[in-house]
Design a protein around this ligand. Structure first.
Ligand SMILES: Nc1ncnc2c1ncn2[C@@H]1O[C@H](COP(=O)(O)OP(=O)(O)O)[C@@H](O)[C@H]1O
Ligand SMILES: [Mg+2]
Length: 399
């Protein structure tokens, strides 16, 4: 394959290792500076120029987008996606994981442990927010910090409030997080490639530092992950939309708590700790997937009027419980089952002979009208919008 690594640091350990691993396997590989691309939307189809010239054809890219150029970098990745070039990490995945709040919001609706987290803006809400995550000590984080910078442990409520107010006054948004004291200055970094963990290490902070980042003097040791941690890391990466990711987890009393998912994980620490060829496994994965560029399934399937995708729920009292997909009548109503979710299991392309259970969730493509009655009700319906009462209107008129 012909691979482009998008990176602004061709000399860094990670970039060098990835390039050498690709060349060593007989691939054609170039490191291209992300900021030297021009996005070209002037012709008939989306295109890219590099250093002023039309870009040659690539089969795949591996984005290594630093946090200082997220906007431009994800625009370039998105352009490659429009050109059907394979990327293990999509522009969406990179943006989702880059912002700690956005990442935590997305993870929180799935069955994945995360430290209790809250986000407020008004100073009047700060005290209640700290209480909501269990009271001091609490961790305060800038939304886009890296390498441990912008992560503060506040020992008591007064200090926490003062820090948050100071950061707010300089227009910085922060999230407030429960301090997981039992992880004692340690965390776990799992390197996920595709649907498996290819290497894992435990990082330990130095002295009384609570941040275990290697840039803060943390030390690393290779570890063998147990299956719960492994599954959590893989699912977190999948939920974020990343096929190459460094998933950071704290070891909580009740199991793994995902702190963040990195879309450009550094390879030096993990390769040195584990002695494994992580770069090689990333290149092999990309070479294996290159024929399947990401496409926005929902967008493509919604082009026919009246058709779309929806997740349908088999309710307890549904006539579908106990019937096979063939006898369910779904096909007759112009509905095709794409995947079946049962508890934590996912069955892709379920067979016609598969029997449906109560609480199965079916990802379907079909006629929207036929599917409407099977869409699960929202947990709580929002109240309908009431008519404005004359007596509640203020006594002046805007022009
Ligand atoms: N809620 C928390 N409880 C305990 N330790 C934490 C918590 N959040 C972060 N840490 C420690 O601080 C380090 C840096 O936090 P992290 O959110 O990963 O920020 P960064 O993006 O700067 O690495 C983590 O590796 C971990 O050791
Ligand atoms: Mg981190």
């Amino acid at each position: 394959m012909k691979l482009a690594i998008l990176s602004r640091s061709p000399q860094s350990y990670s970039t060098q290792r990835l390039k050498l691993a690709a060349l060593d396997r007989g691939h054609n590989c170039k490191v291209l500076n992300t900021l030297r691309f021009a996005i070209d939307l002037s012709g008939n189809s989306p295109d890219l120029q590099f250093q002023g010239k039309q870009l040659s054809d690539y089969d795949a890219i591996l984005p290594r987008i630093g946090s200082s150029i997220t906007y431009y970098g994800t625009a370039v990745v998105r352009q490659f996606e429009q050109m059907d070039v394979y990327t293990p990490n999509t522009a969406n995945g990179i943006s989702n994981s880059r912002d700690k709040l956005r990442a935590t919001q997305i993870l929180s609706r799935h069955d994945i442990g995360i430290p209790s987290t809250t986000f407020v803006r008004d100073r009047k809400d700060v005290t209640a927010a700290i209480e909501r995550v269990g009271g001091a000590p609490v961790v305060i984080k800038l939304l886009e910090g890296t390498q441990g910078i912008g992560v503060i442990l506040a020992p008591d409520n007064n200090v926490a409030e003062a820090i948050i107010e100071t950061l707010h006054s300089t227009q910085q948004n922060v999230l407030i997080q429960q301090f997981i004291s039992e992880s004692k200055g340690k965390d776990i970094r799992a390197l996920v490639v595709g649907d498996r963990v290819v290497g894992a290490m435990r990082r330990s902070a130095q002295g009384d530092e609570f941040r275990s980042n290697v840039h803060r003097g943390g030390t690393v040791e290779a570890i063998e992950l147990d299956s719960v941690y492994e599954r959590t890391a893989v699912r977190a990466a999948q939920i974020m939309g990343l096929r190459v990711a460094g998933v950071d987890m704290l070891e909580g009393h009740d199991g793994p708590l995902v702190m963040e998912v990195n879309s450009s994980p550094g390879l030096e620490g993990i390769e040195k700790a584990t002695g494994l060829d992580i770069a090689g496994s990333i290149i092999d994965y990309i070479a294996n997937q290159v024929d399947f560029p990401e496409l926005d399934v929902r967008q493509r399937l919604t082009i026919s009027t009246g058709y779309g995708v929806a997740e349908l729920m088999v309710k307890d009292d549904s006539h579908l419980v106990g019937t096979t997909i063939a006898n369910s009548g779904l096909r007759e109503q112009d509905i095709t089952v794409l995947t079946l979710h049962r508890d934590t299991e996912v069955i892709p392309n379920p067979r016609e002979t598969r029997i449906l259970n109560a609480n199965d969730r079916l990802l379907c493509f079909g006629r929207l009208e036929s599917m409407r009655s099977m869409i699960p009700k929202r947990k709580e319906r929002r109240p309908s919008i009431k008519k404005l009462k004359e007596s509640l209107l203020p006594d002046f008129h805007d022009n």
